[in-house]
Design a protein. Structure first.
Length: 353
């Protein structure tokens, strides 16, 4: 499919937004940060009244990027989401997003100087800690009676990876398009004409300087076809894992690309255009975002470990086609952390520590 020729895709809200904000300067950072949406992440515990504990709401706190905290020490875990909602997030809470799904699910692991990006297939069949049943991972963002969507998806991912999530960040589809257009579009290169009628994708052979709308269609395409001498056919190997690879590669490329932008005015404009489409957990302060951005800005593909989840097809009792991991995701994460621990001489910390 020539993935090495693709100019990478997809903006995941929290990390990229942080990169944009820190580069725009403190004054602009403060005003832009105020436009970012917030949500409380709730976790159930045996000793909490009603079984639910909510993170304290950080809205209204005036944090300044004084560098008091550092992301260079210890393990930090960030859950990065792309939502399939086409609603404008501004001024709305997650509880109002009926029918919302997670179209992109990634976990950023920052362990001292080492960074890894783990892609989780949206069709992964997982336990639902709220209902006791099983469902696709993407469906957890709908929440349940006692937990909002971000909370349910967070605790579901925590159970999968065996680590506690420190922060949550999400951007909706409108934000993807805004971000791509704000940075001047993207070049998508394909060997043949491609299309996906469901995703409203249509690209000619060669390289296309794609708009945000075209880029988003390419990223979301699950049934990409290419034009051959014998007519249209599904591109070989196209599936959710290919989509994950495209999205993960773009995020890595985006961090490097944003690091090359030297104009504060341009960075401010990009940050302000994207911020209304971004939602983060209420405990992610501006200090956290700035420190994270300073740590990650300019990272290249050779500096980030890309973690894949090997899967196999499975059909549920109801006849739904889903994916199951052939290797437990927790083991994949543990192997990465074990390697970083051996390199640094530090102990490992898991969710049960």
């Amino acid at each position: 499919m020539g993935s090495s020729k693709l100019r990478k895709r997809l903006l995941i809200g929290g990390i990229a937004a942080a990169l944009l904000i820190v580069a725009a300067g403190v004054y602009v950072a403060m005003s832009t940060w105020g436009a970012v949406n917030r949500v409380s992440i709730e976790r159930e515990t045996a000793d909490s009244p009603g079984g639910v504990v909510a993170q304290p709401d950080a809205e209204g706190e005036e944090d300044e990027p004084d560098g008091s905290e550092s992301f260079d020490q210890g393990l930090q875990v960030f859950l990065l989401l792309g939502s399939d909602s086409r609603e404008d997030l501004e001024g709305q809470g997650f509880g109002e997003f009926d029918g919302n799904r997670a179209d992109v699910v990634m976990v950023l692991l920052k362990d001292g100087p080492e960074t890894a990006l783990l892609s989780l297939p949206r069709d992964l069949y997982v336990d639902n800690p709220c209902t006791g049943g099983q469902e696709r991972l993407s469906e957890a963002l709908q929440g349940c009676g006692r937990m909002n969507g971000p909370s349910l998806l967070t605790v579901t991912v925590e159970a999968i990876i065996g680590q506690q999530v420190d922060h949550f960040a999400m951007v909706d589809l409108s934000g993807f398009q805004e971000a791509v257009d704000a940075v001047g579009g993207y070049e998508i290169c394909v060997e043949r004409d491609v299309r996906d009628e469901r995703a409203l994708l249509e690209l000619e052979a060669g390289c296309t300087h794609a708009s945000g709308e075209q880029t988003l269609a390419w990223l979301r395409s699950r049934h990409t076809q290419e034009l051959t001498e014998d007519g249209w056919r599904i591109m070989p190997g196209v599936n959710d894992l290919v989509r994950n690879a495209r999205q993960r590669a773009f995020l890595i490329d985006m961090m490097s690309r944003l690091g090359d932008i030297s104009s504060p005015q341009r960075m401010a404009a990009i940050a302000q255009s994207v911020a209304p489409f971004v939602t983060v957990d209420s405990e992610l302060t501006l200090v956290d975002a700035v420190n994270l951005a300073m740590t990650l800005r300019g990272l290249g593909s050779d500096e980030i470990v890309e973690l894949d989840v090997p899967v196999y097809d499975f059909t549920t009792e109801r006849g739904a086609s889903v994916l199951l991991p052939s290797t437990p995701v927790e083991e994949i994460v543990a192997d990465f952390l074990s390697a970083t621990a051996r390199a640094s001489g530090s102990p490992m910390f898991g969710i049960d520590s």
